[in-house]
Design a protein around this ligand. Structure first.
Ligand SMILES: *Cc1c(COP(=O)(O)O)cnc(C)c1O
Length: 427
């Protein structure tokens, strides 16, 4: 197996000024078929060196081109809800591809309407719920940004977002993202966003009638799976309502069952004004959605927004089938139960390197001592376990929602062995 860098390849952040370093120079075995060099030469330098060349998958497992098997507890970053090569995804995608793939939004299709109705039901959006379809998380957040701007009335001219949040890489989503290191190379940012600390005190201090929207993740995934403080969401709901601001919840990573509820805000019994959804909704087929609730559904009007591919019959048919399967197979409940089991496994190992286990359901963050998270994720990959280190102190574990006893046992074995084989001090 290849030696690795554990940088999240979809959001690799290091600026790369020079040509890619040869695998040999990094002490890595070159990827099969000279793919390291070809990848390095042909792909935009925004990507980091690939960890492996994967060929096929089944359930929670993937195989590389050399036949090595890995337990995939990253699941394409919380995307492959039903695991790899799901027969549901395969059958519905094949059938829809042979029937109708794309028609433009001049036309409706049955799956588009069915998916919108299902999302309205699952989010609890109720009678006046509405859905906008795009193709990614960032696009869902762009729609959310426009929604917030439509609430720039009556002296409201500010959007509040949280420090250390992640909302995507397009310019609007990036302006909402609370990470200066991602924003600095691309200033000026889209105006109107103020970032605050994730504390009730900071929120109470910052919010007033000039705020048009508060945007937040219930659990900050890219920041290392950091939950909001107890009571934050409930207070956020009270304060936004009081000041006429929208509460916009980014459930792109937490949503669609991952935390043991359809949406993480449901654990707190709050109902937001808008919910952004993407990642796990279609088992790997690109699609994003913004669901609006109540009066927020009247803010965006004809001509305000659109997307050529958004809501096409292919993506919506697969998403609707994936959600149907999550409901049928009880995978939301499974995420809650399996998450508890995983947490027990990790805590039970009792490694001094593990400082904390956080998160909810199958969205687990592991605090790692001495800044050794990347080294640990690296070592895990060499043992045949895919997890990732969003930063130097945290591991992120976001397996498919369908994992059972076998996958948990395999994880326990691989993770225990990884920790046992790790040198005493940082390499
Ligand atoms: C991944 C993610 C995004 C961005 O989604 P893309 O599909 O990569 O554009 C936004 N917000 C959160 C919370 C995410 O986890």
């Amino acid at each position: 197996m290849t030696q690795t860098s554990t940088t999240d390849t979809s959001h690799a952040v290091e600026p790369v000024d020079d040509p890619p370093i040869a695998d040999e120079a990094l002490g890595r075995r070159p990827l099969a078929d000279g793919l390291s060099a070809r990848h390095g030469a042909a792909l935009m330098r925004t990507l980091s060196t690939p960890l492996a060349v994967l060929e096929r998958g089944e359930g929670a497992w993937v195989w590389d081109v050399d036949g090595n098997r890995y337990l995939d507890f990253l699941a394409g970053i919380a995307v492959n809800s039903l695991g790899h090569a799901s027969p549901i995804v395969a059958e519905v995608a094949a059938r829809q591809a042979a029937t109708l793939v794309h028609v433009s939004n001049y036309f409706a299709t049955p799956s588009q309407v069915a998916l919108a109705e299902r999302l309205i039901r699952l989010t609890g959006a109720g009678e006046n719920g509405r859905v906008y379809f795009g193709n990614s998380g960032a696009e869902a957040m762009e729609a959310a940004f426009k929604l917030a701007r439509r609430n720039f009335v009556d002296g409201r001219h500010r959007i509040l977002a949280l420090h250390n949040s992640f909302h995507g890489r397009t310019m609007g989503a990036l302006a909402l993202t609370g990470k200066p290191s991602l924003q600095d190379p691309f200033r000026p940012m889209v105006a109107g966003v103020d970032h605050i600390d994730s504390t009730i005190a900071a929120l109470e201090e910052s919010i007033d009638d000039s705020v048009a929207a508060l945007v937040l993740e219930p659990i900050k995934g890219e920041a290392g799976v950091l939950p909001l403080p107890e009571g934050f969401l409930v207070r956020a709901r009270e304060l936004t309502r009081q000041h006429g601001a929208l509460l916009i919840i980014d459930e792109i990573q937490t949503g669609v069952g991952r935390t043991g509820a359809w949406f993480a805000y449901q654990h707190d019994g709050v109902v937001p004004d808008a919910v952004a959804i993407a990642k796990g909704i279609a088992g790997g087929i690109p699609i994003g959605a913004l669901v609006t609730i109540g009066a927020a559904s009247d803010l965006l009007i004809r001509g305000d927004h659109g997307s050529t591919f958004g809501g096409n019959p292919f993506a919506t048919a697969v998403a609707d089938a994936v959600l149907e399967e999550i409901e049928r197979a009880g995978l939301v409940q499974n995420a809650a139960v399996r998450g508890e089991q995983l947490r027990e496994v990790i805590e039970g190992i009792g490694s001094p390197l593990i400082t904390e286990v956080r998160g909810r359901g199958l969205m687990i963050g592991v605090g790692v001592a001495d800044g050794r998270a990347a080294e640990l994720a690296d070592a895990a990959l060499q043992h045949g376990l895919i997890i990732n280190a969003p930063n130097s102190d945290s591991l992120r574990i976001v397996p498919p929602l369908m994992i059972g006893d076998d996958e948990i046992a395999a994880f326990a074995e691989l993770f225990r062995q990884t920790l046992a084989d790790l040198p005493e001090s940082a390499s």
